[in-house]
Write a protein that binds this ligand. Structure first.
Ligand code: ACO
Length: 333
């Protein structure tokens, strides 16, 4: 079977944090943030919004577009590092919230979570083991961001993106993929306290350890090295080259990283999707949110060849090359 994306949906909190708001919190400026990252504003959750609430909203849209009931799902795969609880999996909360009755589990590949999930869904669907898999990327990084750390607090936003991957007879869907990880330097991007190695104590709260810690320039160098090569690997497996891509949807972490990857792939700006200015880095949600907006803007049509690539904590990376086969007309989701 071919594995086609038949449904897509996104959800972001209403509450917006602008660069001007951040200027009042830390020693930064709109100029610095825009020129170094491309970000102008990001959506952030209120206390009652969580990964599961955003994921359920995005998934309901995706199911409506796929013309599926929650009970049609065989599996829910959810990528996040900011689940509602350490356990149980947020995917289980989403299963209950949707009214589904299938297997549900989380995967943790940080910003690469949705790509990892898509590759897993492709395996289950293409082998005939599942017919409909819901793949979610969701993150509420604002809840674990140190709003006193100007090196990280300007970067992240909250959101969810969901896709339904369904078995199809039509040639297309996921054509090639690559996944990778290098776990040698977790401290380049991690949340030190809160896991079993460093349970949360009063002392490590005082040293800000339960917040995101990042060596920004190290991650930047890794990302510029990895994004283009990962995309090329997935394209080779799909028997395609970068010139065959109609739309490139890279992880939205930093505009300069996106530009470096696009240059390496020799893609002109009109073939590269960018929405980082409005959302910041929503981690696992960034690529599926961008995909939803690209469809809304008519930049993905049946037959379009789309390349998606992401990198994140782990360090992890992954890319998929796909050919769109589903109708993209709005069905009132
Ligand atoms: N405002 C003003 N100045 C700042 C800010 C800020 N918000 N942040 C850092 N600076 C300062 C630094 O303190 C430094 O000052 P110094 O020279 O006096 O020491 C100067 O700006 C330059 O800092 P760099 O870190 O070298 O700046 P760089 O150009 O590398 O940009 C950035 C920093 C934006 C963080 C960049 O390194 C980056 O985007 N890295 C990748 C981040 C990323 O993509 N992370 C993925 C996370 S995904 C996940 O899995 C959760």
């Amino acid at each position: 079977m071919y594995s086609a994306i038949t449904g897509w949906g996104m959800a972001v909190p209403e509450n917006i944090l602008t660069n001007a708001d951040l200027e009042r919190l830390v020693d930064t400026s709109d100029d610095w943030i825009v020129s170094r990252t491309g970000i102008r504003e990001r959506h952030v959750t209120t206390p009652d919004e969580t990964s599961s609430t955003l994921a359920i909203r995005a998934s309901q849209q995706a199911l409506a577009r796929a013309h599926l009931a929650p009970t049609d799902l065989d599996m829910i795969i959810l990528g996040t590092v900011t689940g509602d609880y350490s356990f149980p999996a947020t995917a289980c909360l989403v299963q209950d919230g949707l009214g589904a009755s299938c297997a549900a589990f989380d995967i943790q590949a940080a910003c690469t979570g949705w790509i990892y999930g898509m590759v897993m869904a492709h395996q289950f669907v293409s082998t005939g083991a599942a017919r409909n898999v819901l793949v979610i990327g969701v993150e509420v990084l604002s809840k674990i961001t140190d709003m006193r750390d100007r090196g990280t607090c300007v970067l992240f936003g909250d959101g969810a993106g969901a896709t339904v991957v369904s078995a199809s007879d039509t040639p297309g869907g996921v054509l090639g993929w690559t996944l990778g990880a290098d776990g040698a330097r977790p401290e380049q991007l991690y949340r030190k306290a809160g896991g079993a190695k460093h349970p949360i104590t009063r002392e490590n709260i005082d040293s800000h350890d339960p917040y995101i810690s990042m060596m920004g320039s190290e991650v930047f160098k890794f990302a510029t090295r990895t994004m283009g090569t990962a995309m090329e690997e997935a394209l080779v497996k799909a028997n395609l080259t970068a010139h065959d891509i109609d739309l490139f949807i890279p992880h939205q972490a930093n505009l300069r990283i996106i530009e470096a990857a696009s240059r390496r792939l020799e893609l002109p700006p009109e073939k590269v999707f960018v929405n980082i200015e409005r959302y910041g880095n929503t981690s696992a949600a960034a690529v599926p949110i961008a995909m939803c907006e690209a469809i809304d803007q008519g930049r993905i049509m049946p037959g379009s060849r789309v390349g998606c690539v992401a990198f994140g904590a782990g360090l992890t990376w992954g890319a998929i090359a796909l050919q769109w086969t589903a109708p993209v007309g709005d069905v009132g989701a």
